[in-house]
Design a protein around this ligand. Structure first.
Ligand SMILES: C[S@@+](CC[C@H](N)C(=O)[O-])C[C@H]1O[C@@H](n2cnc3c(N)ncnc32)[C@H](O)[C@@H]1O
Length: 294
């Protein structure tokens, strides 16, 4: 019981807009950079991401993103990882640039895609070394939830987009789910795994975070009043990697849309999704945004 109450309080969420938390965010940013650049730790990470996303089915959010690309367009992929976006966009005839802060992964991409019309850059997503308005389409796939300063990343995406060009973002919608996998669930694995090994403390934390904590978070962290929520102690940094336990931004779609607007890009997601199956529009677990730069 003590563990359950502990899990309820130990949420480690802070508002990224609070000037007082910036030193903690800087420290988190540095620890994440070191972890993403640890090749032993991250090799499996990229293999899993690649395996899950290798083929973009036409009637998925990935498929919608491919439908935005056409012959001759310049595409910038924020947090490109293994470069599976290029493999899925190649046939559209775009010119592709992938950017990621993992130097080893960028080197691997250079080797794997040598001789193809692509470019890969090892750099931070907060300060991309490219001129303003360089790209027709700027995309990010399952990246926004991993950044400590999402506002800066969104501003940078809009800055790099040409007027009339588009920004497309795909990631989990944690605000809508009111939970995220990097909060203390009693370690990696399912509830069944925890019960099977008789770890009741871990199982109790899991039940709390999965079913009860969402009500607490809705009450304690109202959307507009506590904006840009960041988990400053993601489980990843204590336990090693498991799927999405490295997420830090508690993604809130409305705040992202407002920020894009503030930077000069208007949400056109509904119009884009009108051509796609209804189930995509109803999916509340996904934050999908297409915005057009004015
Ligand atoms: C979950 S992976 C997604 C990779 C790829 N987009 C995909 O769909 O497979 C997140 C990626 O974002 C990169 N990343 C996270 N924060 C970053 C930052 N501040 N600057 C540059 N890259 C970052 C990581 O190195 C990692 O490759």
């Amino acid at each position: 019981m003590v563990a359950v109450v502990g899990a309820a309080r130990c949420t480690s969420l802070v508002s990224g807009s609070d000037p007082g938390v910036q030193p903690r965010l800087r420290e988190l940013h540095e620890r994440l950079w070191a972890a993403y650049n640890d090749r032993t730790e991250m090799k499996r990470y990229y293999e899993v991401a690649e395996a899950v996303n290798a083929h973009w089915h036409p009637w998925t959010f990935h498929g919608v993103i491919r439908s935005l690309a056409s012959q001759g367009m310049s595409v910038l992929d924020f947090g490109c990882g293994s470069g599976h976006a290029w493999e899925n966009l190649r046939e559209t005839g775009v010119r592709y640039t992938g950017i990621d802060w993992s130097k080893a992964q960028i080197e691997e991409n250079h080797t794997q895609f040598r001789g193809q019309p692509v470019d890969f850059l090892a750099a931070s997503l907060y300060e991309v070394p490219a001129p303003t308005g360089s790209f027709d389409l700027v995309i990010s796939l399952y990246v926004l939830e991993h950044v400590v300063w999402p506002r800066q990343m969104l501003a940078e995406m809009v800055r790099l987009t040409k007027p009339g060009g588009m920004v497309a973002i795909l990631c989990p919608h944690y605000r809508s789910m009111a939970r995220m996998p990097s909060l203390p669930h009693g370690g990696p694995g399912s509830l069944r795994d925890k019960l099977r090994r008789g770890d009741l403390d871990a199982a109790a934390k899991h039940v709390w975070m999965r079913w009860y904590w969402p009500r607490t978070v809705r009450r304690q962290y109202p959307n507009q009043e506590v904006p840009w929520l960041i988990n400053v102690t993601p489980a990843f940094l204590q336990e090693g990697w498991s799927v999405d336990n490295d997420a830090v931004y508690f993604v809130d779609r409305p705040e992202c849309v407002s920020e894009l607007k503030r930077n000069g890009a208007t949400d056109i997601t509904e119009a884009v999704l009108a051509r796609f199956p209804e189930k995509l529009r109803r999916d509340k677990h996904v934050c999908f945004i297409v915005a057009e730069k004015e």
